[in-house]
Design a protein around this ligand. Structure first.
Ligand SMILES: [Zn+2]
Length: 454
């Protein structure tokens, strides 16, 4: 039996921070003990002066383009469970893609544990047997888009209704990319006719109203059907208002997510010469929207904080680029998510417990992998981050070495450091350095579905 003791730190549990020593055996947390009272393990880690956190759970990533590089960056940034979208190929069903991605994960060997969200790229095609099979394979959720007609993946209102009706029966969470595709396409056609070009057009044709309208209709459909919905990457104050209304009225079962870039970066980036680097959907919003998102993280309106890490960028279909070669969109951030959330969140006065909930416990709860993941408690996997609150550094392009070659967080000041990281008791990061051990990440199955939060 392998054993490990982590002593001297302050452990952040769901009940709050507590001075405790941790005993780990066979990859799981065995006990929390009074300082100095834990049985001495075969290995010891001194966490004096540090916080001991549950490993991060990133609810929103696209890592399949380079699983090893993305999950190594996740580990360096204190994320020990990555939930990735499947991104089906043209004509591939949601189930077939899920099975293919499971095989790819097994063949590749991720550095941290990985779960999958099955994307349904065939709009309005609802098959109860396929949904059941996706659920039974342990997929954390299904995901659909209310935009991207040009890619052939945009679901109609009727399709969403049928899917949510079925998902309420199968007990699956329906993740929805909330942007009104028809409104966006109208704005884009108008811009093209008028000859508008440039990165700004990408952002201006995806306004906050297109997002909050889609949020409202998703919440209405969830309420009518009884399905549990998960709203991805909410980016603006008007969407937050819709979530607050639904939570207040207790009409829909919902989980709500914000992603790191919408908190830290604002739409003035689209005025700069390197504006294309910041293209993402939904786009970066106003400074006022950023402030409202922070407020919603603080007051509990938002449940989870994701990265929307894109290992490879997507190409725009309509040519709005100044060069005529098209634009690419999607951002990398799997490594930066936990360190920047802690650094910026604490500076804004958010309690550490709330921040840990957003980056770890909340995503694990939403997707049915808690308490195996997302908490430091007896019986949970020993996915642990030892975080030193003192060091001050500046992030660089290659701080997390995610293989994308760019980081929109380059130059961001950072307080605190992910010092050590353990995945199921195995140390993968020490003193901020990746240890380069044989990748030991596993496929994580959702053990239960449909946890409701009204
Ligand atoms: Zn995404």
């Amino acid at each position: 039996m392998s054993s490990l003791t982590i002593s001297g730190g302050t452990v952040i549990t769901r009940a709050g921070g507590v001075r405790a020593d941790l005993e780990v055996t066979d990859g799981r947390i065995r006990s929390l003990s009074e300082p100095g009272m834990a049985a001495t393990g075969a290995r010891q880690i001194d966490a004096s002066g540090c916080l001991v956190l549950p490993g991060g759970v990133d609810p929103h990533t696209h890592v399949m383009g380079d699983i090893v590089a993305a999950t190594r960056a996740a580990a360096l940034g204190g994320t020990t469970t990555v939930l990735s979208f499947t991104n089906p190929a043209s004509g591939e069903s949601g189930l077939d893609c899920l099975l293919r991605r499971e095989r790819e994960l097994a063949a590749t060997g991720p550095v941290v544990d990985v779960g999958l969200h099955a994307m349904l790229y065939e709009p309005d095609r609802v098959r109860i047997e396929e949904l059941q099979a996706i659920r039974d394979r342990g997929a954390c959720a299904v995901k659909v888009f209310l935009a991207y007609a040009e890619l052939g993946i945009m679901w109609s209102e009727r399709g969403l209704f049928e899917l949510m009706t079925a998902a309420a029966r199968t007990g699956q969470i329906v993740q929805v990319h909330c942007e009104e595709g028809e409104l966006i396409d109208g704005l884009l056609d108008k811009a093209l006719v008028s000859g508008s070009k440039g990165p700004r057009v990408f952002a201006d044709t995806r306004p906050p109203q297109a997002e909050s309208a889609a949020v409202a209709r998703t919440l209405a459909t969830a309420a009518v059907t009884g399905a549990c919905c998960y709203l991805t990457h909410l980016s603006c104050a008007s969407s937050i208002s819709q979530v607050r209304l639904a939570r207040h009225a207790k009409t829909a079962r919902l989980w709500a997510e914000v992603c790191l870039h919408h908190l830290l970066l604002d739409s003035t980036r689209y005025e700069s010469t390197d504006a294309e680097r910041y293209l993402v959907a939904p786009p970066l919003r106003s400074l006022e929207d950023c402030e409202q998102l922070w407020e919603a993280l603080s007051d509990g309106t938002i449940d989870t904080l994701g990265s929307d890490h894109s290992q490879t960028r997507s190409e725009t279909i309509a040519d709005i680029s100044l060069s005529g070669r098209g634009y690419y969109y999607g951002l990398a951030g799997i490594g930066a998510r936990v360190p920047l959330a802690l650094s910026r969140g604490l500076a804004r006065g958010l309690p550490i417990e709330r921040l840990v909930h957003l980056v770890s416990t909340g995503p694990a709860l939403a997707f049915g992998i808690h308490p195996k993941k997302g908490s430091i408690a007896p019986g949970s996997d020993a996915d642990i981050v030892i975080w030193d609150p003192v060091p001050t550094t500046t992030l660089g392009t290659y701080s997390f070495d995610d293989g994308t070659g760019d980081s929109v967080y380059d130059g961001e000041p950072l307080v605190g450091q992910v010092r050590d990281v353990l995945v199921r008791g195995e140390q993968v990061v020490r003193d901020g350095h990746y240890l380069g051990a044989e990748p030991a990440g596993r496929y994580v199955r959702a053990s239960r579905s449909d946890p409701s939060r009204l």
